[in-house]
Design a protein around this ligand. Structure first.
Ligand code: GLN
Length: 198
């Protein structure tokens, strides 16, 4: 079977690889363009988006990532990965770029110092009735959902923390840390049914 990639430049890529393997996927850690060229889908993990962005450019992965997203490769970004997929990043580091693809505005580190990390239960209609137990760690928030993107989940105050747009899926939080596998399952379904072929 075509492997599924996890961008392994930085961040919690091992946790994502473990979840994907538990779900039966063959996983390829992606650090080079040749590795990206082998995968049928990609998870971009949490970490630090400004560092990931720098490393992606240093490793000549930025442009191939952007091309793959535009060619319809299924990509799931969590936290820093969501920031990487956002068309617009607010409060980015100087010179920080994003791959883009999601018609959203995302604010980095949106939850302030006294609430940098927290866990909460979210209702995600497309994943069924059981709530999603979500861990937020210096998490971004989606401040604007453009017409091409769809919000999948909001906090009790109405702020959006999960989005989908065609081949792309993004969450502010870290399902790979709370034993929540449904987002990865949903992503693997996208990979299986994607028109995108290598
Ligand atoms: N604050 C980080 C960033 O700006 C994201 C944190 C995370 O991925 N857990 O990239």
């Amino acid at each position: 079977a075509t492997p599924v990639g996890v961008l392994a430049l930085q961040g919690d890529f091992r946790e994502h690889a473990d979840v994907l393997r538990t779900l039966g996927a063959t996983v390829e850690l992606v650090r080079r363009p040749e590795e990206l060229a082998r995968v049928g889908g990609l998870v971009i993990p949490g970490g630090e988006s400004s560092v990931m962005d720098k490393l992606a450019r240093m490793f000549d992965l930025f442009d191939p990532l952007q091309s793959a997203v535009r060619a319809g490769m299924p990509v799931y970004g969590t936290c820093a990965g969501l920031i990487m997929l956002a068309d617009t990043v607010l409060d980015g580091m100087k010179g920080q770029q994003s791959i883009g693809g999601l018609d959203i505005e995302v604010r980095r580190n949106a939850f302030g110092s006294q609430n940098e990390s927290f866990e909460t239960d979210l209702q995600v209609a497309s994943l069924g009735d059981a709530p999603v137990h979500a861990a937020f760690i210096r998490a971004p928030v989606v401040e604007r959902v453009g017409p091409l993107a769809t919000s999948l989940a909001t906090l009790s105050d109405g702020r959006c923390v999960a989005v989908e747009q065609g081949n792309l899926l993004g969450t502010s939080f870290h399902p790979e840390m709370t034993g929540e596998y449904r987002f990865h399952e949903y992503f693997l379904q996208k990979v299986a049914s994607a028109a995108f072929r290598r």
